[in-house]
Ligand binder design. Structure first.
Ligand SMILES: NC(=O)c1ccc[n+]([C@@H]2O[C@H](COP(=O)([O-])OP(=O)(O)OC[C@H]3O[C@@H](n4cnc5c(N)ncnc54)[C@H](OP(=O)(O)O)[C@@H]3O)[C@@H](O)[C@H]2O)c1
Length: 175
């Protein structure tokens, strides 16, 4: 099983505002669709509610919604009572697609991160999780600098993998 968190952020880790995403970046939407199609997507109840009707459920993906409300139901979605429950329900290709609270809760389980950085100051009230030193960038598209969107925004795609724990040194092994 591979668990990947995927998000897009502006400066300061802003990922959302007023229950939605405060930018339009079609290149990112296309990449999101290409990467997650065929997999299982896990999202918080608020992110589910933020999806436009025509994208709910997200097509060609199993949609799993995390909520503490036992009465909750959504057409085309499966409910999970916790992030751990959602991961148990899911298959081998798991995509955690937001929002802020679900990213933070799922970070400990993640193997990969796919992060779109947007080179813009945009106000918001939802933020990406911290990406600590246990993560390393394995790919950047473009390799340096920024790509220019048809919308005029500048952006880049960063892929991260969790660092594998270092093998113990000879000194540590002998102790
Ligand atoms: N830029 C991006 O890539 C991106 C991606 C996705 C979303 N977003 C944005 O992020 C914002 C939403 O994020 P958010 O943090 O406010 O909400 P969210 O994470 O989408 O949903 C929060 C809800 O999920 C449920 N939940 C969260 N953690 C849970 C847990 N451990 N166990 C059980 N249920 C849990 C709770 O639902 P109940 O209250 O029903 O119990 C909680 O209120 C929106 O602005 C959205 O547009 C941005």
């Amino acid at each position: 099983m591979t668990i990947t968190l995927i998000w897009a952020q502006a400066h300061g880790g802003v990922i959302g505002a007023d229950g939605g995403i405060p930018w339009h970046l079609p290149e990112d939407s296309r990449r999101f669709r290409a990467l997650t199609s065929g997999g299982d997507v896990v999202m918080g109840r608020k992110t589910w509610e933020s999806l436009p009707g025509r994208f709910r459920p997200l097509p060609q993906r199993r949609n799993i919604v995390v909520t503490r409300d036992p009465e909750w139901s959504g057409m085309g979605a499966e409910r999970a009572e916790s992030i751990e429950g959602a991961i148990e329900l899911a298959g081998d290709d798991v995509w955690i697609i937001g929002g802020g609270s679900v990213y933070r809760g799922a970070m400990a389980y993640a193997d990969r991160l796919e992060v779109t950085q947007i080179d813009a100051d945009i106000d918001g009230d939802a933020r990406a999780p911290e990406v600590g030193p246990e993560w390393r960038v394995t790919a950047s598209e473009p390799p340096t600098g920024w790509a220019a969107s048809e919308t005029g925004l500048r952006y880049r795609f960063l892929s991260y993998r969790r660092r594998t724990p270092e093998a113990p040194s000879a000194h540590q092994r002998d102790r």
